[in-house]
Ligand binder design. Structure first.
Ligand code: GLN
Length: 200
């Protein structure tokens, strides 16, 4: 960290790592890929990308970074999970593989692939009151829905009312992919309101 400029890690085991790096680069935010505990210890915040939650889960165990991730999240490392990243941050998952584990941190129940196989991917408008300006349009790709928001704060919903974004302290999870829609405002909001205040 230099001054109030955070170094943001992107968990780079599987998924849309480059898209997140592209958004961070456009925002002028220093970033690096994270694959092991040493790299994790060097970052001020972490993005868990979209991809396949069961695969990312397995790879964190194979690469031996899972315990360090769980500990960092519990210690309050600011984290943003998108789609599979949200699933990995959920305390409870329905529709997961039998041996699928999560890192936890968000007291939510998330339904995996909640839009069904007939609607694998679509784009829609999201209601996210924390972010002003033009409506947020974003992609949902085999996306999860938060079925029970537990003790978390709901930060994003669909026009139909489904919960697609939650926050608990420094942990933010969203079902959608601003990083594939060229939508910079969600990352910008997260860095300004979650990551930077955590550095003080
Ligand atoms: N369906 C994926 C999963 O269960 C998530 C899809 C995504 O990240 N775009 O992990």
């Amino acid at each position: 960290m230099a001054g109030n400029s955070p170094l943001v890690g992107v968990l780079a085991l599987q998924g849309d790592v480059r898209e997140h790096e592209g958004v961070l680069a456009e925002l002028g935010i220093a970033h690096r890929q994270v694959r092991n505990a040493e790299q994790l210890a060097e970052v001020d915040a972490l993005i868990i990308p979209g991809g396949e939650s069961s695969v990312i889960d397995k790879l964190t165990r194979i690469f031996g970074v899972r315990d360090a991730l769980v500990a960092a999240i519990q210690r309050g490392l600011p984290v943003l999970g998108t789609c599979a990243g949200l699933i990995l941050l959920a305390d409870r998952v329905t529709g997961g593989l039998d041996d699928q584990q999560t890192f936890g941190g968000l007291d939510v129940t998330v339904e995996r692939n909640a839009f069904g196989s007939q609607v694998d991917s679509f784009e829609t408008t999201i209601d996210m009151p924390a972010i002003g300006g033009a409506p947020i349009r974003s992609s949902f790709i085999r996306a999860p829905i938060v079925r029970d928001a537990g003790s978390t704060e709901v930060i994003a919903t669909l026009p139909t009312g489904e919960i697609v974004g939650v926050r608990h302290g420094n942990i933010v999870g969203i079902s959608f992919h601003p990083e594939v829609s060229n939508e910079l405002r969600v990352h910008d909001w997260w860095v300004r309101t979650v990551v930077v205040p955590s550095l003080r």
